[in-house]
Design a protein around this ligand. Structure first.
Ligand code: AMP
Length: 212
C-alpha cells in the first residue's frame, strides 16, 4: 500500500462498497465529498442550506464549496487516503493534484459500467444512515427491513436515489467523466476495472493491480 486512491465511476458503480473493503482491510482514510455534503445538509449548516437544492436536483455543487469542505481535516502525511466522489470535474482534478496531492503517489481507479444498468441499481440501493453500509433491495437486503446488519442503524433510501434525480445524476456524470479519464490516462495513473464483476472478485482485482 503506497498510493493514495482516487475512485472514479458513475453513481452506483460500486465505489462506496469497494472503499469500505479497502478501509476495513487496509486502513485507508476515507473521504467522500457526497457524505461530507449530506452531513452539512442534515445539520442544516449555512453551507448545507446552500447546497441542498443542487443536490436534490442531481446537479454538481460548485468546485470552491466542495474543495473548501474537503480540505478541512485532511492530512496526507497521516496515512493513505481514498478520495470517493472527488474529483467530479477537470477543475477539481487539477486542484486535487496541485493543492492536495502535491507530489504524493496516487492511482486513479475507474469503475467502468454501462450507465443503462445503473438506474436499476441506484433505485434499489439503500444506505445505513449511521455507518454508511450499502444494501440492495434485490440482492443484498438487510436481514431485518430498514435495520443495518452491521450497526443496527436505520437503513433508508437516499433522497437523490429516486428515479428522476438518478437520471439527472447519470447525465451529469456522462458529461464530465470522459475529460477526467483523459486527465488520469495522460498521467499514466489510471487503472480500469469492470464494475459489473461480483464485489469480491472486483476487490481481488483491485488488490492485484495495486500489488497489495
Ligand atoms: P455522491 O454521494 O458522491 O453520489 O454525491 C451526491 C451529490 O453530492 C452529487 O449528486 C452532487 O450534487 C454532490 N457532490 C458530491 N461530490 C461532489 C463533487 N466532488 N463536486 C460537486 N458536487 C458533488
Amino acid at each position: 500500500m503506497s498510493n493514495h486512491l482516487i475512485l472514479l465511476g458513475a453513481p452506483g458503480s460500486g465505489k462506496g462498497t469497494q472503499s469500505k473493503l479497502l478501509i476495513e482491510n487496509h486502513g485507508y482514510h476515507h473521504v467522500s465529498t457526497g457524505d461530507l455534503l449530506r452531513s452539512e445538509v442534515a445539520a442544516q449548516t449555512p453551507l448545507g442550506q446552500e447546497v441542498d437544492a443542487v443536490m436534490k436536483s442531481g446537479g454538481l455543487v460548485s468546485d470552491e464549496t466542495v474543495f473548501a469542505l474537503l480540505k478541512k481535516g485532511l492530512d496526507l502525511s497521516a496515512g493513505y487516503y481514498i478520495f470517493d466522489g472527488f474529483p467530479r470535474t477537470l477543475g477539481q482534478a487539477q486542484t486535487l493534484e496541485k493543492q492536495i496531492l502535491d507530489g504524493h503517489a496516487h492511482k486513479a481507479l475507474y469503475f467502468a459500467i454501462d450507465t443503462k444498468l445503473l438506474l436499476k441499481r441506484l433505485i434499489a440501493r439503500r444506505v445505513c444512515e449511521n455507518c454508511k453500509s450499502i444494501y440492495h433491495l434485490d440482492h443484498k437486503p438487510p436481514k431485518k427491513a430498514g435495520v443495518c446488519d452491521e450497526c443496527g442503524g436505520q437503513v433508508a433510501q437516499r433522497k437523490d436515489d429516486q428515479e428522476d434525480v438518478v437520471a439527472q445524476r447519470i447525465a451529469v456524470y456522462e458529461k464530465e467523466m470522459g475529460v477526467l479519464l483523459d486527465f488520469y490516462r495522460a498521467q499514466n495513473t489510471l487503472l480500469e476495472f469492470d464494475a459489473t464483476a461480483p464485489v469480491e472478485e472486483l476487490y481481488q482485482e483491485i488488490k492485484t493491480s495495486l500489488e497489495m
